[in-house]
Design a protein around this ligand. Structure first.
Ligand code: HEC
Length: 195
């Protein structure tokens, strides 16, 4: 797991969490290393990203309940669509990891997300990182908007009535002070040097 903001703020990604599970249960039939059935090669991460998640959409980021991929793993083992074919059902904790992975945006590698994945990750992190006072680590603080959404970001600059914030994923935003909670406005002003 990739540790993000707080202790519980961990993002499940494919390469570190899901791939090892696939290697244990699916490799014989779904890897370039062994053989590829159903045109599904789980060791080709670009294919997983572009086709299983993208084009075919059997993995739906943020939506495990509608992901055919997970559905197959949860079927009764005598069902014709059940996977792993000829194998035992995956243990509950492994199913939970896959479910969490999809919920967290089905990101392939959280240390180097694509632009689109970075957007999905950013949806996850705030929910995981609820530490309103915001102990600053490496210049990162918790920022809250008026709607109550919290993100962890570093302030790059304060220009007039907006701040430029950058997330750990490298995505940056201009946010109007008007849209921030009073605490975050105070934080921006104190970091900007005009309390
Ligand atoms: C013994 C071989 C075997 C094993 C092991 C196996 N599968 Fe499959 N899988 C197949 C075959 C054959 C197909 C193609 C026929 C079908 O769709 O039923 C398939 C198809 C699929 C599909 C549908 C692909 C598509 O594009 O429609 C998914 C998803 C899938 N497998 C997932 C898995 C996962 C995940 C695992 C491991 C937990 C796994 N399978 C283990 C044989 C296997």
């Amino acid at each position: 797991m990739i540790a993000t903001a707080g202790a519980e703020a961990e993002v499940v990604d494919y390469v570190s969490d899901v791939l090892p599970i696939m290697k244990t249960h699916c490799w014989d039939c779904h890897s370039n290393e062994k053989s590829v059935k159903g045109s599904l090669a789980l060791d080709d991460v670009d294919e997983v990203r572009d086709y299983q998640i993208g084009k075919f959409n059997i993995i739906r980021p943020g939506n495990p309940a509608e992901s055919g991929f997970l559905e197959r793993l949860k079927l009764e083992s005598n069902h014709t669509d059940f996977m792993p074919r000829k194998g035992d059902p995956l243990p509950k904790d492994e199913l939970a990891t896959i479910e969490k992975w999809i919920e967290h945006g089905a990101v392939i590698d959280a240390t180097k997300p694509t632009e689109e994945e970075a957007k999905r990750l950013e949806e996850v992190k705030p929910a995981a990182a609820m530490n309103p006072a915001g102990g600053a680590k490496d210049g990162f603080h918790q920022w809250k908007n008026k709607a109550g959404k919290v993100i962890e970001a570093k302030m790059l600059s304060l220009d007039g009535e907006s701040v430029k914030l950058i997330l750990k994923t490298g995505v940056s935003y201009d946010v109007r002070l008007d849209d921030l909670s009073p605490e975050s406005v105070t934080l921006a002003r104190s970091l900007g040097g005009k309390e």
